[in-house]
Design a protein around this ligand. Structure first.
Ligand code: BGC
Ligand code: CA
Length: 326
């Protein structure tokens, strides 16, 4: 009699712990919802959470770190089992880590990479993302391939490549390393890069359009041999500004190669229309699902050492994307 009771109790407990695992609660903070790439990322996280049977709450940090900090506090007070955080300011990671640590819950950072020494202050802090320098190298290669196969791209016949650069938000690892490695890759291919102008357009299409318009006015479109943008939205803003001057509308003598990063649908469509040269796939689906899977495993107390690199990281590769000749 007693034995039957014990067995039944064990079964009830097992069932309870199993439904706890299924019902992992994730609190996710996104730096701002109004970002085409992060929208893809959010959709991927929601889809993976649903698949895993986890509950995810996603908050819009509205590009303001104090707003996001308050959202993290609310998640913790509401009893989430794990955090996924796309910091507004990646240098503010310590505060989030300290909060996660005192609540004893794991935290998975995404897209905006905290410094390693900060990640190292907490055993349950991780980063899921893509290697920024890799995207810079790929966008440089897109330009190099085009330049080498199109002698007419050297408009002033000086053997050098006169370009303009549109950069993402200041301090973002993707802004710093994409800018650096795209240009270095051109130099490594033995084409001297000449920066005619560069400006921060904050990942934003409209800002980039205005800046590109100013560049066109001051430099003259005939003197620009390439546009390198740290993401697709800014590349598309540049394309808009060029089209307003009848560039990139089909006349081969009025064309400037424009490259971006992300492979958002709108950029792929612009490439299909011949308005944009190429992009680099920033795998939102891969990163979003990896982040959720890792978060769920961590919340369940599983050993993740086999899934992460250097004890802290999951890296999702970039891929070059072109559309062939038009
Ligand atoms: C993407 C950008 C995006 C940014 C947000 C980057 O990895 O390429 O499109 O705006 O992340 O942090
Ligand atoms: Ca030239």
């Amino acid at each position: 009699m007693r034995k039957v009771f014990v067995t039944a109790l064990v079964l009830v407990l097992a069932a309870a712990s199993c439904s706890f695992a299924d019902g992992v609660k994730i609190g996710a903070g996104i730096y701002r919802f109004n970002d085409a790439f992060m929208l893809r990322f959010r959709n991927a996280m929601s889809a993976e959470s649903e698949k895993a049977g986890a509950k995810i709450d996603i908050a819009d940090g509205r590009d303001d770190q104090p707003t996001q900090d308050a959202q993290i506090d609310e998640f913790i007070a509401g009893g989430v089992n794990v955090l996924i955080v796309n910091l507004v300011d990646r240098m503010a990671a310590q505060e989030t880590i300290d909060k996660a640590k005192s609540a004893d819950i794991p935290v998975v950072f995404i897209n905006r990479e905290p410094p390693l020494e900060v990640l190292n202050t907490y055993g349950k802090a991780y980063y899921v993302g893509a290697k920024a320098e890799e995207s810079g190298i790929f966008s440089g290669q897109l330009i190099v391939d085009y330049f080498k196969s199109h002698p007419e791209a050297d408009k002033n016949h000086d053997g050098k490549l006169q370009f303009v650069l549109l950069k993402g938000q200041n301090g973002h690892q993707d802004m710093i390393l994409r800018s650096k490695y795209s240009v270095e890759t051109i130099r490594d291919a033995e084409i001297e890069p000449v920066e005619l102008a560069s400006a921060i357009a904050n990942w934003d299409k409209l800002e980039a359009m205005k800046i590109m318009n100013a560049f066109i006015m001051s430099i003259g479109p005939e003197n620009i041999e390439a546009v390198i943008a740290n993401n697709d939205e800014m590349a598309l803003g540049a394309v808009e500004a060029l089209k307003a001057q009848d560039y990139n509308k089909g006349d081969p003598s009025m064309y400037i190669p424009v490259v971006g990063v992300d492979a958002n649908a709108s950029a792929l469509e612009a490439m299909d229309r011949g308005e944009m040269l190429g992009t680099v796939l920033n795998d939102a689906d891969g990163q979003g699902s990896a982040a959720v899977k890792l978060a769920v495993s961590l919340a369940q107390g599983k050993d993740v050492s086999g899934e992460v690199t250097d004890g802290k990281y999951i890296w999702v590769p970039y891929q070059k994307v072109t559309r062939g000749e038009k």
